[in-house]
Design a protein. Structure first.
Length: 438
């Protein structure tokens, strides 16, 4: 790949933390980098169709602009074109960004330390002997500590050493979205076939099915079907089953049938090893003082460690800046300033609340007054206020132009209901926890 393509992967990584997987794959994931010219301050990316281009400009241009600012600093103007339009320079590689990305996640590239060695050993045992070692295997830990890496490592190991077995990977919210679509399109039989025929079923962020009755019902039957057929099940979450408050007891019990393994924050030596390994994979020569500086400053998240190395490679390729303490400080400054926490938008909160209550985003923003929709709307308003601390006026605009009094009333009603009903309280708290950990 050319240098802009390398940097584009960083821009994509930034976008992934700001929007849902579905939105990313539908809109950002299909865009290809074409050219960047620092002398003119212009970057060109290619959208597959005119409709895609217009949607990006209307809905995702601020996100893309912030991503470019994150990687290159202010001053780059973004042009979005379609493949038929004139560009400064074609991307010669022809490689689709993100394609095959999971291939780098193997057991060989996983850095093992005291914080993760138990989970790593359990994952290797499952890959070697599916459904015989630990079933289900439940791995939990905070975001960015390597849970997804282990799931991909299991997939890759099985693909290479047990080619007769079929691994199927899905995220918890993806399972919900596919179920909803299958119901709408009357294709539930195909949905069942896809997941209940898997030899190894891997679900990332299983906590996102909590509180969603239809999804939990479907997952219960999928789990039973696979378990009874002696198929391997591997699940990850940001917390152990007992702490997923709105998870049905029958699922919680099943998740605890096998082995539960946690991943903790990596210690300093492990962080050093992670930075060095990523630099080696990216062919970046990092001096020891730079490696130690990054590992000292970024303590809680492996993705951030790897992101810092990627960013320094981008500086080297695009700005010709050699890795040193100064460039390292620049590479991690935004991460430190944001307190290592991604922005949660009102739209993302509405989407997650809608899924939990079984309604649509449009329902929540509409004037419909059915009990289910009204409860979902009030919950979404409360959560928006709790997480973002935005004014009632700003929140009201997002909810169809509702006024201050309406927003304040919704917040007060949820507060009252949470005091009276522990189920409502647990549901609200679970959504808040999911959003803050997303």
């Amino acid at each position: 790949m050319d240098s802009f393509s390398d940097a584009w992967s960083l821009i994509c990584d930034h976008c992934k933390t700001k929007i849902t997987d579905v939105a990313y794959k539908a809109w950002i994931g299909r865009v290809k980098p074409a050219n960047i010219d620092f002398s003119s301050g212009r970057a060109v990316v290619v959208a597959p169709t005119e409709f895609h281009k217009q949607t990006l400009k209307k809905c995702y241009l601020p996100l893309l602009t912030s991503a470019f600012d994150e990687v290159f600093g202010p001053g780059i103007n973004l042009d979005i074109i379609t493949s038929g339009e004139d560009i400064l320079e074609k991307n010669s590689s022809g490689e689709e960004i993100g394609e095959g990305e999971e291939e780098e996640f193997t057991f060989n590239t996983y850095i093992v330390g005291s914080s993760n060695k138990f989970a790593h050993a359990a994952a290797m045992a499952v890959a070697a002997n599916p459904a015989r070692a630990y079933n289900p295997l439940f791995i939990y830990g905070n975001s960015g500590l390597g849970k997804t890496h282990l799931l991909y490592a299991i997939c890759n190991e099985v693909k290479h050493s047990k080619k007769n077995l079929t691994p199927v990977y899905i995220k918890g919210d993806g399972f919900t979205n596919e179920l909803i679509n299958s119901i709408k399109k009357n294709t539930t039989s195909e949905f069942h076939e896809k997941y209940r025929k898997a030899d190894i079923f891997l679900v990332d962020d299983i906590q996102f099915i909590a509180g969603k009755d239809s999804t939990q019902e479907e997952f219960f039957h999928t789990f039973n079907s696979l378990y009874e057929a002696k198929k391997q099940i591997v699940l990850t979450s940001d917390r152990p089953p007992k702490e997923i408050q709105t998870l049905e007891d029958r699922l919680r019990t099943r998740f605890e049938w096998g082995l539960i393994a946690d991943i903790q924050t990596p210690d300093f030596e492990t962080r050093i090893a992670i930075v060095k390994r990523k630099a080696e994979l990216l062919q970046v020569n990092l001096p020891n003082d730079v490696t130690e500086f990054i590992a000292t400053k970024l303590k809680a998240n492996i993705r951030q460690l790897e992101g810092a190395v990627k960013k320094m490679k981008a500086y080297l390729l695009l700005k010709k800046q050699e890795p040193n303490i100064t460039t390292a400080k620049e590479a991690i400054s935004d991460t430190l300033n944001s307190d290592q926490s991604p922005t949660v938008t009102l739209e993302k909160i509405i989407e997650e609340t809608a899924r939990t209550f079984g309604v649509s985003n449009e329902d929540i923003k509409s004037s419909k007054r059915s009990a289910t929709i009204s409860n979902a709307r009030q919950a979404a308003i409360y959560i928006c206020r709790e997480i973002t601390q935005l004014s009632t006026t700003v929140i009201g605009e997002e909810f169809g132009g509702r006024n201050h009094s309406t927003i304040s009333y919704a917040i007060q009603q949820v507060e009252k209901n949470m005091k009276k009903d522990r189920t409502i309280q647990a549901t609200i708290q679970d959504i808040i926890k999911n959003m803050r950990g997303a």
